[in-house]
Design a protein around this ligand. Structure first.
Ligand code: DX5
Ligand code: ZN
Length: 221
């Protein structure tokens, strides 16, 4: 599978969003990654439905909505989920995982399950038919700019093996958290397909979005 980049929208310059959106398009970024936090499932608040709606009017880049909220089945209707969007929910966030994944699929979107660093890989065992991607968290979700949890690099390889053994060739592996140029290269060799790029690999202090995107692309191709 070709490697793809999903830009972490919590890291954009909110005072100059239009310029960043233009640069992301120019750089050929495949997805916009929206971190939705509820201050309960994860310790922070970030983006919400109004922001997603406002951005939608100014871009045609595919949405990748990462729901870090408790009971996502009760909150999906807050979002204008469009056909072709990617939407992930955390394994621990609901006791009706299959139902919420089915609701995402019914909206025409690609359902994904997110695994925290400490969530075992076999948490996916009963929902392999219900997902189009698995989000392997490489930090504990909640904040941008965190340090990578090193054992998650090996976990990506184990997720890849796990999926291949079960003949799930179409399930994409997404990685999220401290995706730096150096880590991205290792993650790609381990089997990652979609790279969530935030403050470590795309929205950087010392280079432009275009420069960072080119460097990240070189690391994963
Ligand atoms: C972590 C968020 C990420 C974060 C990744 O909870 O889900 O999207 O923005 O970007 P980095 O780690 O590079 O700042
Ligand atoms: Zn995320």
């Amino acid at each position: 599978m070709a490697a793809e980049i999903s830009a972490s929208m919590m890291c954009v310059n909110f005072l100059d969003l239009r310029t960043d959106l233009y640069a992301l398009k120019e750089a050929g970024i495949e997805y916009l990654h929206f971190d939705i936090m509820d201050g309960a499932f994860v310790p922070n608040y970030t983006l919400g439905p109004c922001f997603l709606d406002s951005v939608r009017a100014h871009t045609d880049i595919t949405y990748d909505i990462h729901l870090m909220v408790e009971r996502p089945e009760d909150k999906l209707h807050y979002f204008d989920i469009r056909s072709g969007d990617f939407v992930s929910v955390h394994y621990e966030s609901t006791c009706h995982l299959q139902r919420v994944l089915a609701n995402i699929k019914n909206a025409g979107a690609h359902p994904g399950v997110a695994l925290n660093p400490a969530t075992p890989i076999n948490a996916m065992e009963e929902i392999l038919e219900d997902i189009d991607f698995v989000l392997v968290m490489t930090v504990n979700p909640g904040y941008a700019g965190q340090k990578l949890i090193s054992q998650t690099l090996d976990k990506i390889s184990r997720v890849k093996d796990y999926l291949l053994k079960r003949r799930c060739f179409d399930i994409k592996i997404q990685v999220d958290g401290n995706v730096s140029f150096e880590h991205a290269r290792i993650m790609r060799s381990a089997g990652a397909d979609i790279f969530v790029a935030g403050s470590s690999g795309l929205f950087m202090k010392d280079m432009s979005i275009l420069q960072a995107a080119a460097k990240l692309r070189a690391a994963i191709e």
